[in-house]
Design a protein around this ligand. Structure first.
Ligand code: PEP
Ligand code: MG
Length: 328
């Protein structure tokens, strides 16, 4: 045990019983990578590729994207990087791309929907990511998946792009894990079908809470209703973990919930295998992980999912972890 938070950057994230979680970083731009390494991340669990596009005046061409992604892959080596394909639209609009004005942008043409409609943009990004894979360890993550068809279509396109590269004799890694963001309620309902199509998954709690509770994540008027401990949210996470573990697929959580020390006990208790968060919070989150008991967290989570009201969950949760906090 050590008082200094920075000390925990260098330690594995291990509960009192030795149950280890992978702690990865959420990254928006290349410049953050030195801090990711310094804070002791096991790699990049979520690289939000849209931020590079947002910096450009024009739509970036393949070569520019390839150089950028390669730079990321080489800088994080030997750790892996999970490239999330373009999650544009909604609240992230680029002047380089033409977006129609929408009445409900969060329910509109964003993320994978946009990419499957603008296939040339998607294809160019996939080519650049695949080419960058020749330089290190990468994974590909599709955002906002809401049906089996979307995964299949995205994977089919990925295979087409691979075949093209092969024909052109351009090098890339053939064994790249492909995963989905689970952040739309329909993906949770269908998780037993979707799981067969993927190598890993990442729960995007920011959007999953938004769409499950019908609370616009950017609307301050309803921010007080945005509740990670809502029993419906906890039940969904439990369902995802149960199905994924049966299929031997690891579960990552990359929403803000994973970067907040308050929610670490419930995520661990629900059986999450990996978390991905802003690099600055990693030492603190590791410290919390090192101070909790996996068994106690499991028992707590088991109890939490029996409640039907937010207040019961919150009361039980904070009463219990209140006692644990003294150990942190
Ligand atoms: C999420 O939805 O939880 C997530 C991590 O993705 P983003 O915040 O980029 O939508
Ligand atoms: Mg999201």
């Amino acid at each position: 045990y050590c008082d200094k938070i920075e000390h925990y950057a260098l330690l594995p994230a291990r509960t009192l019983e030795g149950h280890t979680l992978k702690v990865m970083a959420n990254v928006e731009l290349f410049e953050e990578i030195p801090s990711v390494l310094k804070m002791g991340a096991d790699g990049i669990g979520l690289f939000r590729t849209e931020f590079f596009y947002l910096q450009q005046k024009r739509l970036p061409e393949e070569e520019l994207l390839y150089e950028y992604f390669s730079k990321v892959v080489k800088a994080i080596k030997p750790y892996p990087v999970t490239f999330r394909t373009l999650d544009m639209g909604g609240d992230k609009l680029s002047s380089a791309l033409k977006f129609e004005k929408e009445l409900n942008p969060a329910l509109g043409l964003r993320a994978i929907r946009f990419c499957l409609k603008q296939k040339n943009i998607f294809r160019t990004q996939l080519r650049a990511i695949l080419r960058a894979s020749a330089h290190g360890d990468i994974r590909i993550l599709f955002p906002l998946i809401s049906s089996l068809e979307e995964i299949k279509e995205a994977k089919e396109l990925l295979e087409q792009v691979k075949a093209e590269l092969e024909e052109e004799r351009v090098p890339y890694k053939t064994s790249i894990p492909v995963g989905i963001m689970v952040e739309v309620p329909s993906a949770v309902t269908l998780i037993n079908f979707l799981i067969r199509e993927i190598d890993f998954l990442s729960i995007g709690t920011n959007d999953l809470i938004q769409y499950t509770l019908a609370i616009d994540r950017s609307n301050e008027q309803v921010a007080y209703l945005y509740e990670p401990l809502h029993p419906a949210v906890l039940k969904m996470i439990k369902e995802i973990v149960d199905v994924a573990h049966q299929a031997k697929v690891p579960v990552n959580v990359c929403g803000e919930m994973a970067g907040n020390p308050i929610y670490i006990p419930v995520l661990v208790g629900l059986g999450v295998d990996e978390i991905s968060l802003n690099a600055q919070n990693i030492p603190l989150i590791k410290k919390v992980l090192c101070s909790i008991s996996f068994k106690e967290a499991q028992n707590l989570a088991k109890k939490l999912v029996t409640f039907g009201s937010i207040s019961e969950v919150r009361e039980c949760y904070f009463n219990t972890i209140g006692k644990w906090i003294e150990r942190i």
